[in-house]
Design a protein around this ligand. Structure first.
Ligand code: ADP
Ligand code: MG
Length: 551
């Protein structure tokens, strides 16, 4: 309904009324509207007032909020700044630490280098002392535990077996062996043994040979050298001297050069050193001998058909007091591979017998000798009376023992500059011989432990007797007794010159680490300790023309 309709309605309602009534109605209506407008205005005023109050409180709340916000921002900013400063400080501290760590690392490296140098110097000095006193150098190698150490133990309880396979021998540094063991019912053992060098189970054939190599330089400088491996069966003598399974598998031994032992490596080194000398001034002969049941066998001797067979030989003492094996076969070799073939051929004849300790162990002593002959022109020899005596003796030795075949080889070999015969015609050359003896001794274990009977027991008792003879010889030299019982065994008689003082002697003790072998290990370590104390006086040097620095 529109306003006009409404007014019309109202006026139609007024029809028939008096003017007064209409006016009254009209003024009442006006007042009512006035009243209504007034209340609306009042309401509006109140609402505006409330709104204003709300606005005011909102504003103060917003103000409060912004102040709070600013306060908090400041606090956070302060915290952030502190954190940044701390980080900076930490960074600086870290840098300082890094610098310090670097400095420390450097000084540690310097100290280590200095220590290594000092150690090296000490070793060189010690070696010179050893040389001056004529001491026997003793190195000791502890092999790793191996599967066969736990085999063949059916008869013993599991507990004992566990104890048996416990390690008792350790290399605590490169000069000290510790034997530590406590067994129920036995006094506990805690002993250390010092040697010139100690190799732990993980040291390679390379490392072992690196310490042996300087001796070979001495060889070409005119010293005799002997390297001898001592230890019970299965302790690693053959491994150290020849390499693994060289006796059984020649091809393998040549393929894996890193596993080669001292004998093949020493030969390679000798030929390398010779190759640096004037051609034709040196040549090398080899003999391979086995001492089995106190008999000497020539492992390179051939029958009339040229087949190799072990011929029994004897050892004699010459008028000059040297040991000599008459008729021993010497073969001339021109390189390491020729040498190895010869040695392997000889080894195939080596008498072996399985014992309970280790099925492939050798029951004989093996002595491989490299004789190096140097041609020395008359002019380059020394002039002292002593030199002259030595040279005369050496020439005599040479003419007695130098085999016909080698002389033929020499005169026909085109690679040599001149044969001894040719040289003799022109400038009266002389020959000086030096000898490298490489010895793989038979096992030093007690008879009881090997569990052998019959022929094998006989072998073992011969081995034990010859090794006791070796210990007796060392004891006699150590005590400087007038009589040294070299002739009590073929082994000591054969090795007389090397053991008795004419050679730089290195004894390589081989040790099995497990408790099972404790008695044998202690025996070997004791043997090495006694050997180390032997003083034989200064080792003699043969007069050679070209001198290189002896180590
Ligand atoms: P031995 O000649 O003293 O009777 P071997 O040299 O025959 O003893 O060693 C016995 C076994 O132990 C062999 O199988 C050999 O390969 C192994 N052996 C010895 N020494 C080591 C070593 N240092 N590292 C690894 N194997 C070794
Ligand atoms: Mg052996």
């Amino acid at each position: 309904m529109t306003g006009v309709d409404w007014l019309l309605g109202k006026y139609q309602g007024l029809a028939g009324r008096s003017t007064n009534e209409v006016l009254q109605l009209y003024s009442a209506h006006g007042q009512q509207q006035k009243l209504q407008r007034g209340s609306v205005v009042t309401h509006l005023h109140e609402a505006i007032k409330r709104l204003k109050q709300d606005m005011k409180s909102l504003r103060s709340f917003a103000l409060e909020l912004s102040k709070d916000f600013q306060r908090q921002c400041k606090a956070y900013l302060y915290q952030a700044l502190t954190a940044v400063q701390e980080i900076q400080l930490q960074n600086e501290a870290m840098q300082m630490f890094q610098i310090k760590a670097f400095d420390l690392e450097q000084s540690l490296q310097e100290v280590t280098e200095r220590y290594e140098k000092e150690k090296q110097k000490r070793r060189v000095l010690h070696n010179s002392l050893v040389e001056l006193r004529g001491n026997i150098r003793v190195h000791c190698r502890i092999r790793p535990s191996l599967p066969f150490d736990n085999a063949d133990e059916h008869s013993i309880s599991q507990d004992r077996q566990r104890n048996f396979s416990e390690k008792v021998a350790y290399a605590i540094d490169d000069e000290t062996v510790l034997v530590k063991c406590s067994r129920p019912g036995h006094a506990s053992i805690n002993k250390t043994f010092q040697f010139e060098r100690v190799y732990s189970a993980f040291e390679s054939q390379d490392t072992v040979f690196a310490d042996v190599a300087p001796l070979l330089t001495s060889l070409l400088d005119g010293y005799n050298v002997c390297i001898m491996a001592y230890g019970q069966t299965g302790s690693g003598k053959t491994y150290t001297m020849l390499g693994p399974q060289l006796e059984e598998n020649f091809a393998f031994a040549l393929e894996d050069e890193s596993e080669l032992g001292i004998i093949p490596r020493a030969t390679q080194e000798v030929f390398r050193l010779i190759s640096e000398k004037p051609p034709g001034s040196y040549w090398v002969e080899v003999s391979v001998v086995e001492v089995y049941n106190n008999e000497i066998f020539d492992l390179l001797a051939k029958d009339s058909c040229g087949k190799v067979f072990g011929v029994k030989r004897d050892v004699v003492t010459t008028r000059e007091g040297k040991s000599n094996v008459p008729l021993l076969t010497y073969e001339t070799v021109e390189n390491a591979s020729e040498f190895l073939h010869l040695v392997i051929r000889g080894l195939q004849l080596r008498v072996r017998h399985p014992t309970l300790v280790h099925a492939h162990s050798s029951r004989s002593h093996l002595v491989v000798t490299l004789t190096i002959t140097t041609i020395v022109s008359g002019d380059s020899l020394g002039t002292s009376w002593e030199d002259e005596q030595i040279n005369q003796r050496l020439n005599k030795e040479f003419s007695c023992t130098y085999p016909q075949k080698a002389r033929e080889n020499r005169s026909t070999s085109s690679s040599r500059a001149s044969s001894p015969a040719q040289l003799e015609a022109t400038e009266k050359p002389k020959q000086v011989k030096t000898r490298l003896q490489l010895v793989d001794l038979a096992g030093s274990e007690c008879v009881g432990m090997s569990g052998v009977t019959g022929a094998a027991l006989r072998e073992t008792s011969f081995i034990n007797r010859s090794l006791s003879a070796l210990a007796d010889v060392l004891g006699a030299i150590a005590e400087q007794r007038s009589h040294v019982p070299y002739r009590n065994s073929k082994l000591t008689h054969l090795l007389q010159d090397s053991v008795g003082g004419d050679a730089k002697l290195l004894l390589m003790l081989c040790i099995s680490p497990d408790q099972k072998y404790l008695t044998e290990s202690l025996q070997s370590l004791g043997f090495g300790t006694r050997a180390r104390q032997v003083q034989r006086g200064q080792i003699k040097k043969k007069n050679l023309p070209v001198q290189s620095k002896a180590k």
